[in-house]
Write a protein that binds this ligand. Structure first.
Ligand SMILES: C[S@@+](CC[C@H](N)C(=O)[O-])C[C@H]1O[C@@H](n2cnc3c(N)ncnc32)[C@H](O)[C@@H]1O
Length: 211
């Protein structure tokens, strides 16, 4: 759709004053509530480049296709690629997230929005965040999953893992990014890369690192 048509469509929909329809019946009954939220964010942001670390069966990834220009999915399990919808916009990389980060050092990309959802251990979440942060555009979004397990049992590696501890320490740093966690199981953390509050006051020539 062209820009004008988009504008007219958005205005018409907003005039309908539709109530928000909650199909999840509350987060306690739907552990995938994060997907609708991430898709909604993408529908507003319209990322040029979307990166998802850990795609599993592409439950979220495929639903993101209409909203991004280019989508990259990384998963250590080569089977994950079989679930990816066919589209000229998508690319599957069958490798570990740390291997992919290594490749980016020679072939850098510029990420508008990314979702960290691979290995959920504290060490891996810290490593993924540090490795990919330099490739995120200023004011780009980094989303992290499973960051607010509901109880101790849910912090086991088979469930949410202890990646929430990485968020605990990262969120104490705030010079290069701001971070907040939605405290509903299994938890979603939203992070914006920034050094200035206003995107248009950001010095975009600076490539920041998380360390
Ligand atoms: C929780 S699932 C991802 C779910 C998916 N993001 C979604 O919303 O539908 C985690 C995935 O990460 C992959 N994974 C785990 N550790 C990884 C690593 N170090 N590198 C790449 N992929 C990894 C697993 O194979 C699995 O498919």
């Amino acid at each position: 759709m062209g820009k004008l048509a988009n504008k007219i469509f958005a205005r018409a929909v907003s005039k309908l004053n539709l109530p928000f329809v909650d199909l999840s019946n509350g987060y306690a009954n739907n552990s995938k509530w994060h997907q609708g939220l991430i898709i909604h964010l993408a529908s507003i942001l319209r990322p040029r480049v979307y990166l998802e670390l850990g795609i599993f069966k592409c439950g979220l990834f495929n639903r993101m296709i209409p909203f991004a220009e280019q989508l990259i999915g990384v998963d250590a399990n080569p089977e994950a690629g079989n679930h990816m919808a066919r589209s000229s916009k998508v690319r599957f990389v069958a490798t570990t997230t740390s291997n992919f980060a290594q490749r980016l050092r020679n072939e850098p990309i510029s990420i508008d929005m990314m979702f960290i959802d691979a290995d959920h251990s504290r060490e891996a979440v810290e490593e993924d965040f540090a490795n990919f942060f330099p490739f995120v555009k200023p004011h780009g979004l980094i989303l992290l999953h499973d960051t607010h397990p509901m109880d101790n049992a849910a912090t086991s590696q088979e469930r949410c893992g202890d990646g929430y501890q990485a968020i605990e320490s990262l969120s104490r740093k705030s010079e290069q990014f701001e971070m907040m966690t939605l405290p509903w199981h299994p938890g979603l953390t939203l992070c914006r890369k920034r050094t200035a509050q206003l995107a248009w006051q950001e010095n975009s020539s600076v490539v920041h690192t998380s360390k």
